[in-house]
Structures are given as C-alpha cells and as structure tokens.
Design a protein around this ligand. Structure first.
Ligand SMILES: *Cc1c(COP(=O)(O)O)cnc(C)c1O
Length: 400
C-alpha cells in the first residue's frame, strides 16, 4: 500500500502550510503553488493555468514536459544514472561532442558540473591555476552566483551581508566603461569575468566597443576573458550563445540554467591554453549520464527546431506588442531575443503581483525592472496573452 500522501493530492493550503512549517525560506513566497507544467503553461493545485514568462528563470527553454526531454530522460534513467568522472561513459561522450560543436570557436574542452555558481567557481579556479595570477576583475551590477567565490565576484552587498570575509583578489569596475577597464586590467590580472548581457542586474547588454576593448586588453596583458553565459546561453538571446552577437571568443565560458532544460547541470568550456592538472578539481554528480543524455537532446532539439532564430523572431514580436501602447510609467525597454526587460518609473513588484492575478507569471530584475524570460517555444498567441495583461495592468495603474 502507498502512503496516504502519495494517494491524495495535496491542496493549496496544505502545500503552503508545509513550507511555512518546514522550509528555511530564503526566497520569499508569492502565495502560489505550482504542481504541473505543459509547454508555456504552469498549473496550480486547483488546475488554474498561468502563462509562464519565467521558465524557471531562463531554465526551461524548451518549455515544460517537452516530449524529447521526457524521452531522453526515461531512456537514460533506465540505463545508467551515475558514473564517476574517472570512467568513460557513452552519454557523456556524446554530450561533450555536441556541446563543443555549438560552442564559440576555440573552446574544445569542458568540465561538467551541476549549477551556475559551480561553473563560476570552477572558472575562477581554472583561471588562477592556469595563469598563476590572483586578481579577478568583474563588473558592477553583474551576477555570478551565491557560493563564496561567485559571491565575491558579485558586487552586491545585499547578497553577502553577514557572510563574513569574502574571497580575496576580486576587483569590481563599472560595466560598459572602457576607461575603467583600461585602468584595472594589467600584468597581474588572472581574468576578467563578464556577462555580455547582464541578467539579474536588469537586462543590460554590453556595448560592442566595450566587448572588443575587453578582448584586446586581456590579450595585451595575458589575462583570460571569462564570459558568464549561465543566463544568456542556449538560444535565449536569439543566438546559440550571446557571444555570437559580438563575434567574441572567450577563453572560458560558464554555462548552466537552460543547458538541460530544467535538470541541474552546469559546464565550463575552456580554450586550449587553459590548463588544469589532474586532481585540482572534481564533482560527484557533475556530468552524470542522466543529465548528459537530456542535455544532448536539448542541443539536438534547439538545432532541429531553429530555436535561436525563433527566439530572435518571437522576441521581436513580444517587444513590438509591449511597445504598441505607450504608458507614462515606462522608462525603457531592453531586449535581446526572449530576454526582455521593461524598466519602469515605479516599483516593479506590485505590477508583477497584478500580472499574476491575471494569470501571467513574470520576474523582476532590480527594484524597477520587469523581466520576461518565457520558454523559447512560446507561441505568438501566447505572447499576445502576456502583452494584453501587461497593457491592462499599466492602464489600471494609470487610472488608479
Ligand atoms: C543564475 C546565474 C548564476 C548562478 O546560477 P545558479 O545555478 O543559481 O547557481 C550565475 N551567473 C549568471 C549570469 C546567472 O544568471
């Protein structure tokens, strides 16, 4: 006999109470429980549907319950789930080949891990080990993760408050400021670590001249350029990787979020001149056959269904819809593919809540920016639903 909790679906109040009683809540809650997903839709315990313009924070790029993802998952789960890194495995071999085939030129080897912050941790270690230098320069308003190394790379005091001493050797410069970069990068720089489009910071794309200067300064001083594409990778911005918008070849590329369309996985790609001796890094779960089989299928589907092109086209359609009516509360739109930020002159949280009441789920990015990160498979008529709700909420806001 199954236990009663397995037989009886939990109701809203019971689910939420379990969290109140037993979760160490570091997230804060929206008062909505999600129990199922399909395509671009999520469902609560009463069966009410919500249009998902969050996609697990840019994770479920193929949408929910994608048949290819399920097929790869079921097939590999029955075959082999875990395999330590000192054995060869067919699923991991296939993924490594697929990943390198879509990566920016020159990145031919990867270390596989389990999350974005871990990919940044690894990148920091690899850069220091490989160059024998200490200093890592990162940009203000950037976000790289919540473990100590990645948090030290993230210049946001709110995240590190009460955490004690951060990792030494990090320096932060203004984003998109070439002079500040020139003053900071020198012969002691191990690496410059940047997002080419800042995600958590408010959807801010780097200027092409800034990226060109970053590449040139790193070359001039023998420093490595690490690009953090944890959020922008895997077709989100209308290219397979956002580096392609800039024709940029990083020395190290950090990936996670959408890499396995929802399964926990990360990767660090490195150029040939980045060397790390055996024994200096590792991971128990990293690159296990299960996530590798799913991630390989994700790349295949993204290529087969032209998801980069689709994100580019749908992103433009989404933006045009949002811009169709003008609202006095809007300060600016920032968009690359299906990574869309709407900066408001008012606080974004109350707008997010009213969109949720209308059945549309979005994120904020900072205090005044709304962020839309829908699955890349979202259809035009679904975008229309999000756009209509957006205009309704801002019109009501103006009337109030
Ligand atoms: C989300 C994010 C991270 C951290 O990823 P986790 O998987 O949450 O650890 C790092 N860098 C960027 C750019 C991100 O958007």
């Amino acid at each position: 006999m199954s236990t009663p909790t397995m037989l009886t679906p939990m109701e809203s109040a019971e689910i939420q109470q379990a969290y109140t009683d037993h979760e160490l809540d570091v997230f804060g809650k929206r008062g909505l429980e999600i129990v199922r997903g399909e395509g671009a839709w999520l469902f609560d315990s009463a069966g009410k549907r919500f249009l998902d313009c969050i996609a697990g924070i840019g994770v479920c790029n193929l949408g929910h319950a994608h048949p290819d993802v399920l097929d790869a998952l079921h097939g590999q789960a029955a075959k082999l789930i875990n395999c330590p890194g000192f054995f060869h495995n067919d699923a991991k071999a296939a993924f490594l080949k697929a990943l390198v085939s879509v990566a920016p030129a020159g990145l031919n080897r990867a270390f596989l891990c389990n999350s974005g912050t871990e990919s940044v941790e690894g990148a920091i270690k690899f850069a220091r080990i490989s160059t024998g230098r200490q200093t890592i320069i990162t940009a203000k308003r950037g976000f790289h993760g919540r473990t100590y190394g990645a948090m030290s790379a993230t210049p946001n005091k709110k995240l590190s408050e009460g955490c004690g001493e951060l990792v030494a050797g990090f320096q932060h410069v203004r984003f998109n400021d070439i002079e500040a970069l020139r003053a900071a990068v020198n012969g002691e720089t191990a690496a410059l670590l940047l997002e080419v489009i800042q995600g958590e910071g408010g959807v801010y794309p780097a200027d092409p001249e800034y990226i060109a200067a970053a590449r040139a300064l790193c070359d001039e001083h023998g420093a490595l350029l690490i690009v953090d594409e944890v959020q922008t990778g895997f077709c989100r911005t209308g290219r397979f990787f956002a580096c392609e918008h800039y024709d940029l070849k990083p020395d190290i590329l950090t990936l996670a979020k959408a890499i396995a369309s929802g399964l926990p996985m990360g990767a660090i790609l490195v150029a040939d001149h980045v060397e790390v001796p055996i024994g200096r890094h590792g991971s128990t779960f990293g690159g296990n056959p299960l996530v590798c089989a799913v991630a390989t299928r994700v790349i295949e589907v993204m290529q087969r269904d032209n998801l980069a092109q689709r994100a580019e086209e749908r992103g433009r359609y989404f933006l045009e819809g949002l811009q169709k009516q003008s609202h006095p509360q809007i300060r600016a739109f920032r968009q690359r593919g299906l990574m869309i930020g709407v900066e408001l002159k008012i606080k974004s949280k109350p707008i997010l809540k009213r969109l949720m009441a209308l059945g549309v789920l979005v994120m904020t990015s900072g205090a005044t920016t709304l962020r839309f990160l829908p699955p890349l498979t979202i259809e035009r008529d679904e975008i229309d639903i999000a756009v209509a709700a957006f205009h309704q909420v801002l019109n009501e806001e103006a009337d109030a």
